[in-house]
Ligand binder design. Structure first.
Ligand SMILES: *[C@@H]1O[C@H](CO)[C@@H](O)[C@H](O)[C@H]1NC(C)=O
Length: 334
């Protein structure tokens, strides 16, 4: 359902009727302005049949004391309003088979200060905290998690506690605040990591990591790429790309050629893919360095940001002249 023309009472009635017919999936996008009364009937929170619940917009989540959703596997809450700080966790702790959770906090006008996600059954979690959100802290305790996406743009100093997640396979982090250490400590067993962070990530060890994707806007930042490569001694695949809504034309720092060649270039790296190469000298130097040192590289795939320009021609010349550590490496340049 998607329309703010509908009266809240009508929506509530439809949901009640659907619930009486063993509703399995409910998806509501509702953005009334100004705020309208609650549209969710209280028996939604005790549905035995509901498997998928997706709510988006200024919908008020006011979870009653008696809540039980024994079949709910997928829950997606985007920009909804919570009646209290405890509302979300009260709901979550009564969803015993929940596997997939997406929580996107509201851009503005949200009073939520604490966010708690404690769900033993959860396998996939995506959490989005917008720029101007005043969250004080969040706690995540999800021991079965396999996929974790965290996009945290809040400039308000906030504390996060993320418990160990031993089964984590894939992580996506996009954080502008430097405090991602409590996250990093719990993701060391990850196989695939996508990251954009300005934090100086020292002392990491991602020895299980096979596939690393680094956002172009931090790739030249204070040796971030070298730090990540240093930490990933068994890396097979390196992708450099631009995350959604990120800007490639940031101030470029210097690319400092590392004093010691990162272990993964000598032993494991097989594939390099750079999806939006601007052709700037700093970026060219990174490609040249990897080609010169990655002994087992099989493919290097470079896609230029603009179709054809002087930088691209210069880059082609530079790559043609550069030496390759791997004689069998296939270079593709688009
Ligand atoms: C990478 O590792 C080497 C060797 O352990 C070390 O000398 C170097 O400082 C590290 N580089 C960065 C940027 O952390």
């Amino acid at each position: 359902m998607c329309n703010s023309r509908f009266k809240p009472e009508s929506i509530k009635t439809w949901v009640v009727v659907a619930l009486s017919h063993c509703l399995r999936e409910l998806d509501i996008l509702y953005e009334p302005y100004p705020d309208k009364p609650d549209i969710l009937p209280s028996n939604l929170y005790t549905s035995k049949s509901l498997v998928v619940l997706k709510l988006e917009g200024r919908i008020l989540l006011d979870v009653p004391r008696m809540v039980s959703l024994p079949s709910l596997k997928t829950l997606k809450l985007q920009s909804v309003r919570y009646s209290k700080d405890e509302t979300l966790q009260r709901l979550l702790s009564n969803c015993p088979v929940l596997e997939d959770l997406v929580v996107k906090l509201r851009d503005y006008g949200d009073t939520l200060k604490k966010l708690t996600v404690v769900v033993p059954s959860l396998q996939s979690l995506s959490l989005f905290i917008p720029y101007n959100h005043d969250l004080d802290w969040y706690v995540i305790e999800t021991p079965s998690l396999k996929y974790f996406k965290l996009v945290d743009y809040s400039d308000n100093d906030h504390y996060s506690l993320i418990q160990n997640m031993p089964y984590l396979n894939e992580v996506y982090v996009d954080c502008c605040c430097p405090d991602i250490y409590s996250l990093v400590g719990s993701i060391t067993s990850v196989k695939r990591l996508t990251i954009c962070s300005e934090a100086i990530l020292n002392g990491l060890d991602f020895n299980q990591l096979e596939h690393l994707e680094v956002c172009l806007c931090t790739v030249l930042l204070s040796n971030q790429l070298v730090r990540l490569l240093n930490a990933s001694s068994n890396l097979k695949r390196l992708d450099i790309s631009l995350m959604d809504d990120h800007d490639p034309h940031q101030d470029m720092n210097h690319w400092n050629e590392p004093s010691t060649v990162p272990e993964c270039l000598l032993s494991s790296l097989q594939s390099l893919s750079w999806s939006i190469h601007t052709g700037e000298p700093q970026e060219r130097a990174i490609v040249v360095y990897i080609l010169e040192h990655a002994v087992h590289l099989k493919t290097a795939n470079i896609k230029s940001f603009e179709p054809i320009n002087v930088l691209k021609i210069e880059m082609l010349e530079e790559l043609a002249l550069s030496s390759r550590a791997s004689t069998t490496c296939q270079l593709m340049f688009e």
